[in-house]
Design a protein around this ligand. Structure first.
Ligand code: ADP
Ligand code: MG
Ligand code: MG
Length: 255
């Protein structure tokens, strides 16, 4: 059992010569086996929440706490967070020139497990995970994210999750830029890992459609840096119909 507990989290970001408060008191608890969907308009601070938990240096926690099984996550280095069992899939995954996927995955697994995975077993594991996600084996020799399409990057993220086996995973807009088929493959990958583990998931999304493939236990609406409403899956359906107007007081631009 693992519990990620976020309490009254306030986060600021440095922008040019000012700092701006983005998160204004976020409270959220995610336990093993639960899927929490975080939904909200663009610019409401969803990615800021995931970056702050991941320890991105640009995002400064000014007050509040984040703990994993009682341990202070905010006091951990980025590596320590990963070793503690946290996984963050970036909304805009970085390219890593000169590093092949297979090397990247192996060093990430080594960092998380504290020792290099046994080669023969590892090769099998990677191959199986790639097959499950419909990733061409030739990808293993390509540089991380270099020239990957949006869908390929998202598959790669889920591949990382399946291999690193986190206790708590934060998936930021895993659905963005995916066509229907890719959305299904990626969702199946999330569901497969969920079924084979006891992972707790924070699924950040702007749209309801991924929740037709991945069943969220709880849906939270994020607006202006905090959670303004929580409910079950029906809340997501309601958002699909009504949009976020009720929470922002303004009509969203069509996108
Ligand atoms: P969301 O993921 O919900 O779309 P973000 O967390 O990306 O929202 O952004 C929330 C707000 O914080 C926005 O107004 C955005 O411009 C601002 N912001 C986020 N990251 C930065 C940054 N690195 N520098 C300046 N402003 C930022
Ligand atoms: Mg507060
Ligand atoms: Mg975002």
């Amino acid at each position: 059992m693992a519990t990620l507990e976020i309490k009254d989290l306030h986060v600021s970001v440095a922008a040019e010569d000012t700092t701006k408060e983005i998160l204004k008191g976020v409270d959220l608890t995610i336990r093993s086996g639960e899927i929490h969907a975080i939904m909200g308009p663009n610019g409401s601070g969803k990615s800021t929440l995931s970056y702050a938990i991941a320890g991105h240096p640009k995002y400064q926690v000014t007050s509040g706490s984040v703990t994993l099984d009682g341990e202070d996550v905010l006091a951990m280095s980025v590596d320590e967070r990963a070793r503690a069992g946290l996984f963050l899939a970036m909304q805009y995954p970085v390219e890593v020139p000169g590093v092949s996927m297979s090397n990247f995955l192996r060093s990430a697994a080594t960092a998380v497990r504290g020792e290099p995975p046994q080669l023969r077993h590892w090769v099998k594991e990677v191959k199986q995970a790639m097959t499950d996600l419909g990733i061409d084996p030739a990808f293993a020799e390509r540089n991380v994210n270099e020239g990957f399409s949006g869908g390929e990057k998202k598959r790669h993220e889920i591949l990382q999750m399946a291999l690193l086996k986190p206790k708590i995973a934060i998936l930021d807009e895993t659905d963005s830029g995916l066509d229907v088929d890719a959305l299904r493959v990626v969702s199946d990958g999330v569901n497969r890992y969920k079924a084979s583990s006891d992972v707790g998931i924070m699924l950040i999304t702007h749209y309801t459609r991924i929740l037709r493939h991945i069943a969220a236990d709880l849906v939270h609406v994020f607006a202006d840096g905090r959670i303004v409403e929580s409910g079950g899956a029906e809340l997501a359906e309601r958002l699909e119909e009504e949009g976020y107007v009720r929470f922002t007081g303004q009509q969203e631009a069509a996108s």
